[in-house]
Each structure stands twice: as C-alpha cells, then as structure tokens.
Design a protein around this ligand. Structure first.
Ligand SMILES: [Zn+2]
Ligand SMILES: [Zn+2]
Length: 327
C-alpha cells in the first residue's frame, strides 16, 4: 500500500507544487468544490464503481441537501385568479412554458381546450392543496379524483419528519463514454445548489387528472417521495460566470459531465449533439439543458452511469416523447 505524502509545507506562498495538467484540453469531470456551501450534506467520498457499460472506475458518492441552499423555494400556485405572475411560479407541459398566474388558472379550459377545467371558486380563489393529506393524495401519478381542479403545491413541513429529503448519487470521477447515448433515467443529475434533477414530470397524468403540479420560478416542485426536485432549467442554481458564447453551469449529470443553462432561443450553436451537448476548448464536453418548456432537462446521456442500486430501471412510464434537440 502506498501512502501519498501530503504537501503540508509550512512555507506558504509558492504554489509550484500543484500539478499542472495539460493546458490544451479542459479538465472534464466533477469538481466537488463547485457545489455551494451546504448543497452537499456530507463530505463527498470516492469508491470503486462499475458503470453501465461495464467500465471499472472510481465514483464520487455525494448526497445533495434536497433543497436549494441559495434561495427560498416557491411560490407555486397563485391564490386568486387576479394574482399577477409574482404570486405564483411557472408551468410547462412539454410544449409551452407559462407564468402560473391567476390569468393562467382562469384560462385553463381554453388553454387545454377542455371544459372540465375550473380551478377556482365563485369568489375567484384558486383551489390549492391545503393540507399534507391533500398534497399526498394529489402529488402522485394516480391523483385522487377528489383533488381534480386543484393546483398542487407542497412544503417541507409536509415531507416525512418535516425535513428536506436528501438524495445520494454515485457519479464517475472522470466521465466514461458509453457506446451509445442512453435516454432519461429517473434521476438525471444534481444542481450545484443541492437539488436533484429528475426526468420529465408526468404531465399527461397530471393534466389528465385536471391538476397542475405547480413549479416555482426555478422549475422545481415538491412531491412526497422525492421532496423538492427540478424538472426545468431556467437559469437558477448557476455558479460562476458564463464564458463567451456559453451559458453558466448549474449542475452535473449522472455521467459526470457538467450541465449548463439553456441557450436563449436562436442562440444555440449548431454543434450541439442529440443530447444537447458539445465539446469546447475551454470546457471540454458538457451539456446544455433543454428549454424548460420541454419538461426534460437533458434528453439523453452520452456517458456511462452507475446502475441504480435498487436494480430498478427507469421510472414507470417515464420518458417523454422524443423532444429532439436537433441543431
Ligand atoms: Zn416532479
Ligand atoms: Zn456549451
């Protein structure tokens, strides 16, 4: 066994002991120092791991806090149909992104061309989940019909023990390419401020039950099982400055590649691949999130991931219809 000598030289100042890596290519791979203070509830550890394509390598085991450490969550649902956009969050359904304001609630029947919608009472108050029991009955794939025409919102107090739900993930310390890209799993990655990035919200079931599973302005919401989690990237959780022609990083995908914010419409370069990633001199390979409207932060992963420990596959019925990210 070899012990690596640590350089605790008392003469400070000269940083010449630092390894200097090749300067032509960017170092790709998860940098645990990018996570904001408190975003990881434990010090990351490394361990041997076997990846989906059979690669034997080393992985970080990291645990995200289950809430964004740099902001408050919410608001989610507006209280009345005259509330403006500040009173609520956003809604996206795979096609469009909406401000979740009073006008949106009032206009649901028209937006979705279905007279079954009426999510407010005669005084114009929006019907929202008001108790933990209502939240638990509504924020699940088989929504309790009694909660039809409710705007679903949760809060930390309604989770088990009234605390955020942490998530532990294994991410390769250095990404390993897969033979072919794999599509969305239940968890796509984590944000640098402590939130897990989930696959698509089950919009068909949600809308089919005449509910809106409201997102806050950062594209996240609560459910009883996962706590607060993200479905849409809108520029929150970013760390550091965006380079020229780039957007800032806000997370890591489960294969270890960085995830950057979406490009503004019309500004995406034409070298993005099917997973919305590309390689640049400064950043190496990285993804750009899809626009939040697509309800899918990353459509596929080009790197190998750790098979989930419960042996389970993806989410039941997961996978949105191919939202092509064509260049
Ligand atoms: Zn969700
Ligand atoms: Zn880029």
């Amino acid at each position: 066994m070899i012990l690596l000598a640590s350089c605790n030289s008392s003469t400070s100042d000269s940083g010449s002991g630092e390894a200097t890596t090749s300067d032509s290519t960017a170092t790709v791979g998860l940098d645990t120092s990018l996570f904001l203070d408190g975003a990881l509830t434990e010090e990351p550890t490394t361990e041997d791991c076997t990846l989906s394509g059979g690669a034997e390598t080393t992985c970080f085991r990291i645990t995200v806090a289950g809430y964004p450490v740099d902001r408050e969550v919410g608001p989610f649902c507006p209280a009345t149909i005259t509330d403006g956009p500040d009173a609520g969050g956003i809604w996206f359904d795979g096609d469009n992104l909406y401000d979740l304001d009073g006008a949106f609630i009032e206009g649901l029947a028209e937006t979705y061309d279905d007279d079954g919608w009426k999510m407010y009472d005669d005084e114009g108050n929006v019907l929202v989940t008001e108790t933990q029991a209502e939240f638990e009955a509504a924020a699940r794939p088989d929504v309790d019909p009694a909660l039809a025409n409710h705007c679903i919102q949760g809060e930390v107090a309604w989770l088990d023990n009234g605390e955020p739900i942490t998530s532990e993930v294994l991410i390769p310390t250095t990404p390993v390419a897969a033979d072919e890209a794999t599509s969305a799993q239940a968890v796509l990655g984590v944000t640098l401020d402590g939130v897990r990035i989930d696959a698509s919200a089950p919009v068909e079931q949600i809308l089919g039950a005449y509910t809106i599973a409201a997102f806050d302005d950062c594209g996240g919401h609560f459910n009883p099982v996962e706590g607060y989690h993200l479905h849409g990237a809108v520029g929150c959780s970013e760390v550091g400055e965006a380079l020229d022609g780039e957007t800032a990083q806000f997370g890591y995908a489960l294969d270890g590649y960085a995830v950057h914010s979406p490009y503004e419409e019309g500004e995406a370069p034409d070298d993005l691949d099917a997973c919305n990633g590309h390689t640049t001199d400064d950043l190496g390979y990285h993804y750009h999130a899809n626009p939040a409207s697509e309800n899918l932060v990353i459509a596929c992963l080009v790197g190998q991931t750790v098979e989930s420990e419960d042996g389970g596959g993806g989410p039941p019925g997961g996978g949105a219809p191919g939202a092509g990210a064509g260049g």
